[in-house]
Each structure stands twice: as structure tokens, then as C-alpha cells.
Design a binder for this molecule. Structure first.
Ligand code: ZN
Length: 172
């Protein structure tokens, strides 16, 4: 497994709409293993393939927060098939926008259809942090970032900060 470099704002690849995976090949399995390694190393609770520069619809998540009891979850071609009326606010961050956080309101519970590494279709119902995380990561697959859910003022401010840092060739 290899730790891959993270794609950081304002890299235009973060705005790409990722392609469906189709067949789960050995190349895809290697990518997933690398994504998990990269996510745990960061550390983060979720990662979309485009965040390591691969525009494919793959998400890895582990909300366990306990290094000794890792519970990696892999979502290939995930889609939200149902979301609750009830909403929750969570202070979100993103490995592609380091050290920046903002409160985002999303449905509290979602039902997600996806395929596992075995290629078989399955569904789960998620709530709490997992629900927030899945929605954040599926947004990535559609070229959407959590800052797009913030006010224009906040979004412009953070985008400018990262654009300036990128010009200077350093992290924001
Ligand atoms: Zn993110």
C-alpha cells in the first residue's frame, strides 16, 4: 500500500465529476488500499478517489476514530437513494482544504446504494457522523466541496486564502 499525495484546493481536479467504476479490477483494489493508507495517514475519516487525483466514483470512510479498532468502509459507485427530512449541522473539514472548518447542514439520515469490493450491490442506512461523511464524500464525486454549502462570503475568503498560498507554493 502506498500513501498518495493529496489534491489540495484550488486544484481544478477537485471540480471534476468522477466516472463510474464499472468492473472492480485489481487496479481498483490497489487504488482502494492506497486510499485507506492515505486516509489513515492524514488522518481523516473519509476520502474520495479524486482527492488522490483519480476521477473514479470511489469513497473510503472510517468513523471509528480508534486506531486499534479500525472499521474501514468502501463505497464503489455510491448514490443516496433516500434522505430524511430531519437535518443536522456538523462542523466539517476536508483533507483537500487543510485546517479549515465550517458548519454544514445536511439530512440527518441517508440510505445509500453502492457496490463493495466484491462488486455486489448493497444498501445501508446511515445516521450521525457516517451520514454526514458519506454525503460530504459523494459531493466530491460530483465536483462539490463542503465550502460550497457555506455563505458566499466565507467561501470566497477561504478560496482566496488557498489560491494565494498555492501561488507562493506553500500550504495555506
Ligand atoms: Zn472532503
Amino acid at each position: 500500500m502506498t500513501i498518495r499525495p493529496l489534491v489540495i484546493l484550488p486544484d481544478p481536479r477537485l471540480r471534476l465529476v468522477s466516472e463510474p467504476v464499472g468492473e472492480v479490477t485489481s487496479e481498483i483494489r490497489t487504488l482502494v488500499a492506497d486510499m485507506l493508507e492515505t486516509m489513515y495517514d492524514a488522518p481523516g475519516v473519509g476520502l474520495a478517489a479524486i482527492q488522490v487525483g483519480v476521477p473514479k466514483r470511489i469513497v473510503t470512510i472510517d468513523t471509528s476514530k480508534d486506531e486499534d479498532a479500525r472499521r474501514p468502509q468502501i463505497f464503489i459507485d455510491p448514490e443516496v437513494v433516500w434522505s430524511s427530512e430531519e437535518r443536522r449541522i456538523y462542523d466539517e473539514g476536508c483533507l483537500s482544504i487543510p485546517d479549515y472548518y465550517g458548519e454544514v447542514e445536511r439530512p440527518d439520515r441517508v440510505r445509500v446504494r453502492f457496490r463493495g469490493l466484491d462488486g455486489n450491490s448493497q444498501e445501508i442506512e446511515a445516521d450521525g457522523l457516517l451520514a454526514t461523511c458519506i454525503q460530504h464524500e459523494i459531493d466530491h464525486l460530483n465536483g462539490t466541496l463542503f465550502i460550497d454549502h457555506l455563505s458566499k462570503l466565507k467561501r470566497d475568503r477561504v478560496t482566496k486564502k488557498f489560491a494565494k498560498a498555492a501561488k507562493r507554493g506553500e500550504a495555506a
